[in-house]
Design a protein around this ligand. Structure first.
Ligand code: TPP
Ligand code: SF4
Length: 301
């Protein structure tokens, strides 16, 4: 495997075939030559890279509890400040957190909020596979409306998940961070540009990266790039940045595809294509259109 690519994360890990997590980790960490220290919340990214007694990490790495990755990063950053001041370390390292959506939108939210509020100099990267995957595919507050998950399975009377996905980007923006961006593992160059900006930010920065999960979303392992691209081409997952609270859309599809083009690629939405669920797909299209309009309006301010 490409030596440069695997400089910070070795190929010996155990993510599912067709998982985008290694590409996210490598692209983000590859966007800087500065030393980095990684803090990683429990989740797929962690269990697949740290199978005892082995590790795939080639940079200083700390695994912490599912709920407190951001506070671990805060502690590392504060300790580093003291050590730099005392001359005990010479080069400043950038602290990077990797966590899933469960560890970010839900259980780690207070820890993330506190770290953003205190203004620690670190980058937080949430890879969003829209469910709690390491523990078997339960719904998270990142799961989309209508998705069948282990805790919201479709059935005769159920359409799957009936709650609306939490808008974590707006929650992060409400902390007045200097840089936040929404990215997608299917657009690696865009992710790399965003990682460069985020890593160069003094203070907290945040990246939310879509990670199509072959296991939960149920599509063939060869298809994660195609499925990811459809998420953006249908406006289900727009690519945008928030720089000093200014919204910039990075990809404006000339004529966005209908959201069903994205939904039909995945088993988790298969039940929606029964004639009696036509209205659910229409409702999802309405939600996508509404969020896209909100984003367009924000980008014009
Ligand atoms: C306080 C606590 N509750 C539950 C768990 C069990 N647990 C470990 S990882 C995980 C799911 C992680 O989901 P997510 O953050 O979305 O990452 P993914 O597995 O999808 O990569 C859960 C529920 C735990 N470790 N600690
Ligand atoms: S369950 Fe999904 S996110 Fe986890 S390793 Fe497999 S493909 Fe990746």
């Amino acid at each position: 495997m490409n030596k440069k690519l695997t400089e910070k994360l070795a190929p010996g890990h155990s993510t599912c075939a067709g998982c985008g997590i290694p590409a996210i980790f490598r692209t983000v960490l590859g966007a800087t030559d500065k030393p980095v220290i990684v803090a990683n919340a429990t989740g797929c990214g962690e269990v697949t890279t740290t199978l005892y007694p082995y590790t795939a990490w080639r940079v200083p790495y700390i695994h912490n509890a599912f709920e407190n990755a951001a506070v671990t990063a805060s502690g590392i950053e504060s300790a580093q400040k003291v050590l730099l001041k005392k001359g005990k370390v010479k080069r400043q390292a950038k602290i990077v957190v990797f966590a899933g959506d469960g560890g970010t939108y839900d259980i780690g939210l207070q820890s993330l909020s506190g770290a953003l509020e205190r203004g620690h100099n670190f980058l937080y990267v949430c890879y969003d596979n829209q469910g709690y995957m390491n523990t078997g595919g339960q719904r998270s507050s990142a799961s989309p409306y209508g998705a069948s998950t282990e805790t919201t399975p479709f059935g005769v009377h159920d359409i799957g998940n009936e709650l609306t996905r939490k808008d974590i980007m707006q929650i992060v923006d409400a902390h007045h961070v200097k840089y936040a961006a929404q990215a997608n593992v299917a657009y690696l160059e865009d992710l790399e540009q965003k990682a460069k900006k985020a890593l160069a930010t003094e203070g907290p920065a945040f990246l939310l990266v879509l990670q199509p999960c072959t296991n939960l979303w149920k599509f063939p392992t060869s298809q994660y790039v195609n499925v990811g691209r459809l998420a953006t081409e249908t406006n289900f997952w727009p690519l945008y940045e928030i720089e000093k609270r200014r919204y910039v859309i990075n990809y404006l599809p000339k004529s966005p595809k209908p959201v069903e083009e994205f939904l039909k690629t995945q088993g988790r939405f298969k039940h929606l294509f029964k004639p009696e669920n036509k209205k659910v797909i229409e409702k999802i299209q309405g939600m996508v259109d509404e969020r896209w309009k909100e984003l367009l309006d924000k980008s014009k301010k």
